[in-house]
Design a binder for this molecule. Structure first.
Ligand SMILES: NC(=O)c1ccc[n+]([C@@H]2O[C@H](COP(=O)([O-])OP(=O)(O)OC[C@H]3O[C@@H](n4cnc5c(N)ncnc54)[C@H](O)[C@@H]3O)[C@@H](O)[C@H]2O)c1
Length: 439
C-alpha cells in the first residue's frame, strides 16, 4: 500500500567523496572497515544502512525490506576517501598507532591505507593543546585558511571524479567555546574570520568551507562547530544538510538505552555516576580540562531531556548526575565505562544497577560515520537542507531547530529516523496502533 507521494530523490550515481577532518582512531577504523567489507573480509556490524530492515505497512503485509534496498543509498563501492590531519602519518601508520584494528586486518589492505595521506590541516594548538602538528596549512587570516579548505575540496572533487561529497568531522575535541555575537549572523561570522577572531575555531572553518562548497557536514565531536545560528542559516540558505554533534557511542549509548526503560516503567532515579578509563589520543586530549568541559556538557544533557524532571518531580526531581573521564594509557582504545545507578521502586525502596561496559570506542563509532555519510548524501539528493534532526539517533547532543528541545531517547530517535525514510519514499508512518485485529 503506497498511500502518499514519494519525494523526488536524485539517483545515487557516480562516486561519493567522504572527506574526514581528522585521520585518527575513528576515521582509520571507518575507512579500513569499509575496505575490508568491500573485499569480503569483514562484516559491517553496527551499521543500520548496511544491516537494518524497515517494516512497511501493517504487520499483516509482512513487508520488511533492507533499508539500503528501500531508499536509494550510495553503495560502499562508490565511496572514496580524503582526510586532513596535522600529524602527517598516512592511514596505515595512523591506524597502527591507534591500535584499534589488529595486524591481521590491516596487512591485507596496507596498500590501500598507505595511499590515504592527510592533506595539511587547519590546526591551531590554542584549541587542541595536546597535539603537536607539523602537517599544517598556513595563511594570513582564518578566512584565507577557510578559502584554502575550499580549494582542497574542489581539487579532491576533480582528482577523484566525485559526483557528490560529504564531510564528517572526526578530529579531536576542541576547547570549550561559548556562542558569541560572532556566531549569530553570517555577516558577523565572516567578519570574525577576516579578523581571525578567537571565537572562530578550526572546526568552524571546515564547516563553513564545506557548506560553501555544497558539501553536507556532520560533526562527530562535541565542539560548537555548526551548532551556531550563522552556519545553520548558511546551510538552510544553500540547502546543504548538516548534523551533529558528538557520535553516540559507549557510555552515552548505554545511558540512552537504559534511561528510557526506567522512565517507561515509572521507576525513580536518585543518582547516576559514570566514570571511564581510556588511553587513546582522544583520552589524552580530553585530559585537558578545557577540552573535557566540551565533552562534559555534551554528556550531561542526556538524562535531563529523557527523564523530564519537570513532569516527573517524584521520580526524577533530584537526580545527581556525574560524569568523569580518566586518561589511563595502558587501556588504549579499549575503554572501560562504569555506571552506578541508584534507583527506587514501589514505596520508594532503593535498588542499584551497576554497568561495566568493556567497550571499543572506535569500533562503535565507525559504523556511525558510514551511516552518516550515506544518509547525509541521501538527504542532499532529497533536497533536505539545514539541520537533519532525524539523524539524532547517532549523536550525544543532537542539534535541533532553535525553538525545539533535543530528543535523546534512542527508541524515539530510531522511530524518527525510520519514519523519515518512510516519508521520503511515500510510505505510511508506522504508529504501532494495536487495533488491526479488533476492527
Ligand atoms: N571514538 C568514539 O567512540 C567517539 C565518540 C564520540 C565522539 N568522538 C570524537 O571523535 C573525534 C575523533 O576521535 P578519535 O578517537 O579518532 O581521536 P584521535 O585523537 O585518534 O583522532 C583525532 C585526530 O584529529 C586530528 N586533529 C586534531 N585537530 C585537527 C584539525 N584541526 N584538523 C584536522 N585534524 C585534526 C588529530 O591529529 C588526530 O589525529 C574526537 O573528537 C572524539 O571526541 C569519538
Amino acid at each position: 500500500m503506497t498511500a502518499r507521494k514519494a519525494r523526488t530523490i536524485a539517483p545515487a550515481e557516480g562516486r561519493l567523496g567522504v572527506l574526514l577532518p581528522g585521520l585518527g582512531a575513528v576515521a582509520t577504523t571507518f575507512v579500513a572497515g569499509v575496505e575490508l567489507v568491500r573485499r569480503g573480509l569483514g562484516k559491517p556490524i553496527g551499521s543500520l544502512t548496511q544491516l537494518g530492515h524497515i517494516r512497511l505497512g501493517p504487520r499483516t503485509e509482512g513487508r520488511q525490506p533492507r533499508i539500503h534496498e528501500f531508499v536509494p543509498l550510495a553503495t560502499l563501492d562508490q565511496l572514496t576517501f580524503g582526510a586532513w590531519d596535522p600529524i602527517p602519518d598516512d592511514a596505515y601508520e595512523s591506524a597502527r598507532q591507534a591500535g584499534v584494528l589488529e595486524a591481521r586486518d590491516l596487512e591485507p589492505i596496507a596498500d590501500f591505507l598507505h595511499a590515504l595521506q592527510p592533506m595539511p590541516a587547519v590546526f591551531d594548538p590554542q584549541y587542541v593543546s595536546r597535539i603537536q602538528g607539523t602537517n599544517v596549512r598556513r595563511a594570513r587570516t582564518k578566512r584565507d585558511l577557510a578559502e584554502g579548505l575550499r580549494d582542497d575540496i574542489r581539487r579532491f572533487r576533480a582528482e577523484h571524479d566525485c559526483h557528490r561529497m560529504v564531510m564528517i568531522w572526526c578530529a579531536s575535541t576542541e576547547a570549550y567555546l561559548q556562542p558569541t555575537p560572532a556566531h549569530q549572523t553570517l555577516a558577523a561570522f565572516e567578519k570574525a574570520m577576516e579578523e581571525s577572531d578567537p571565537a572562530i575555531a578550526p572546526s568552524m572553518l571546515y564547516a563553513w568551507a564545506s557548506i560553501m562548497e555544497g558539501v553536507p557536514f556532520a560533526n562527530g565531536a562535541p565542539n560548537l562547530t555548526v551548532d551556531i545560528p550563522a552556519l545553520q542559516q548558511l546551510a538552510r540558505d544553500r540547502a546543504v544538510p548538516i548534523a551533529g554533534k558528538d557520535f553516540k557511542t559507549g557510555q552515552t549509548l548505554m545511558k540512552t538505552i537504559i534511561a528510557p526503560g526506567l522512565k517507561a516503567r515509572m521507576l525513580g532515579l536518585r543518582g547516576w555516576f559514570s566514570t571511564n578509563i581510556l588511553g587513546n589520543r582522544d583520552g589524552a586530549v580530553l585530559d585537558d580540562p578545557a577540552n573535557f568541559r566540551t565533552k562534559e556538557e555534551s554528556k550531561l544533557g542526556v538524562l535531563e531531556y529523557i527523564l523530564q524532571p519537570g513532569l516527573h518531580r517524584d521520580l526524577y526531581g533530584e537526580v545527581y548526575h556525574k560524569v568523569r573521564i580518566n586518561y589511563y594509557p595502558p587501556r588504549g582504545d579499549n575503554k572501560e565505562g562504569w555506571d552506578n545507578l541508584d534507583i527506587f521502586g514501589w514505596l520508594g525502596y532503593a535498588m542499584q544497577i551497576k554497568v561495566d561496559f568493556l567497550c571499543r570506542d572506535s569500533i562503535l563509532a565507525a559504523p556511525i560515520v558510514l551511516d552518516l555519510a550515506l544518509f547525509l548524501d541521501l538527504a542532499q539528493r532529497a533536497h533536505l537542507g539545514g539541520v537533519q534532526e532525524w539523524l539524532s539517533f547517532y549523536f550525544k547532543s543532537p542539534m535541533t531547530a532553535p525553538e525545539l528541545y533535543p530528543e535523546h531517547d534512542l527508541f524515539i530517535q530510531q522511530m524518527k529516523l525510520k519514519n523519515t525514510l518512510r516519508h521520503l519514499m511515500g510510505e505510511e508512518q508506522i504508529t504501532h496502533l494495536g487495533l488491526e485485529y479488533y476492527e
